[in-house]
Design a protein around this ligand. Sequence first.
Ligand code: F6R
Length: 614
Amino acid sequence: MCGIVGYIGNKKAVDIILKGLSYLEYRGYDSAGVALIKKDKVNIFKAPGKLNNLCSIISKENEENVNANAGIGHTRWATHGLPTETNAHPHTCNCKSLTIVHNGIIENYKDLKPNLEAKGCKFQSQTDTEVAAHLIAQEFETHKDLLKAVQSAVKKLKGAYAFCVMHKSMPDRIIAARKNAPLIIGVGDGENFIASDIPAIIEYTKKAIYLSDNQVAEVKTDSIKIYDENDELVANKVENLPFEPIALSKMGYKHFMLKEIHEQPDVVRNVLFGKLHDAEAEVVLDSVRLNKEQLKKINRIQIIACGTSLHAGLVGKYVIEELTKIPVDVEASSEYIYRNTIADENTLVIGISQSGETADTITAIKQVKEKNSHVLIITNRKDSAMARLADSLLPINAGIEVSVAATKSYMAQLLSVYLFAIFLAQNTENADENALQKIKKELLTLPSKLEIILNDTKNIKEIAKKYSSSKNFIFIARGINYPSALEGALKLKEISYINATGYPAGELKHGPIAMLDETMPVLAILNEGIVYDKVLSNCEEAKARQAKLIGVTNFVDEKHKALFDDIAIIPEISDIVSPALNIVILQLLAYHISEYLGKDVDQPRNLAKSVTVE
Ligand code: F6R
């Protein structure tokens, strides 16, 4: 979603801001802008589309106009109004003395606007942000101080915001504020940075202050002062940022997505490290703060998540129910909220999120915390808002994921869910030791099996090429691989814009079969196990309607070979662990189809890496 970068120091601000914004491009955006402040002059540059458009406008500017040591920049993901130059940030007040960049949504902007208009404020854009610009400018008239103006204005704002504000008459400072949207202040030597996410500033500093909700910061070249919601000065809590700049390199791969797919064997090793030593040993999850007695009392589990994380949760349902016999409900966070969900102190609520900043999931977590349920967060960002809300935290350690389409984080979520299911089973009365040992053994073999798939991708590339001109795709599976079908379809539609749908294979005959003909590829995931023959029958039904059939399987009987137009084989694996291998085939298929179609693989249209609005 939207990105913010601010800089104040002695270097050329525009270079640092544009580079920082480029490191936030992966989050998804549709326009960009920068405001630069120097003595008593503010220059604003904005452009719709990619950052390159903004860069080329700036490169043609007179050096005098862009040579400033302080500024704020933004990449906008449109929420209110089209992605035009006018709607791009920064926004300003009538006299253009004040500039603001903002992430989030000001929910009461329509209530505030008439009053501001009555005071003479002229609105140029359709954005909610411009209301904040005029409101702060009005407060500035009263207080004659930017910090006080922001402190006063934020008390009138409802919704979510992370913003940076500058004023022409106070060029030595940037004021930053946050509520329900991430913002960090990078601490430098004779310079300071502000960003909505770490990649924007990690090249310059590894030290940062995470602003908390309702805090306002006054950032100058050589000082950072943070104020709480009562306008009291609070002590600066400087933390070390968890990433290395190297994580933002493609390391020779054409796209981040391909690099991240290939990182998965190591991601699995990382997740297992320190938690699962060998098949005979117990799973150790130190960060789960539930003792044996509390674990035994859990009689219900609810998993809440969105998108790909939701699919990891669905796999979790099968694994947890199979190993612990505790009933598990899985629900999209956006559906879980705004109704009276049933949970109590014996319910364990698991929130799964790559970013830890997804607004719907945060709202759902806040809602359920009031019911005294224990909240376990499984996330890739232990510095995120969700991590801070957690009663127990299970970091997945996948490393930064740059491609908008989640791949390695899904793998790490799956593995974390398996580990948690085993951990829970270890602590229940009737754990089946043999079943647990078998799964642990298989989890330990995953890195080498993933390497087998990733070391030879020729077949999957050919399949991708063959089907890249398809307009539609159906993915089918049953049981624990039904979520794999959903995730495979989601990956394909996200990055290739092909209309792909995932179905439980048994549902095909209840409606979707009407769509089948020779133009419709059906991808079936079928693993040796309890549903193998059933999926095979569903494949026969599809074939009888002349659909093109692609099988993804660990086993194919000679007598069935002719049924499939194309087959991708994965290494031998039990049904329960197979989602971790099947998904890699589907990720590669989506990647190569998108590549053949010449789409923007890492930054698909309309999508954002971290969805911070509800
Ligand atoms: C799909 C994808 C999205 C996210 C979803 C939730 O490739 O990335 O569907 O999974 O927006 O995001 P997180 O996991 O950050 O809560």
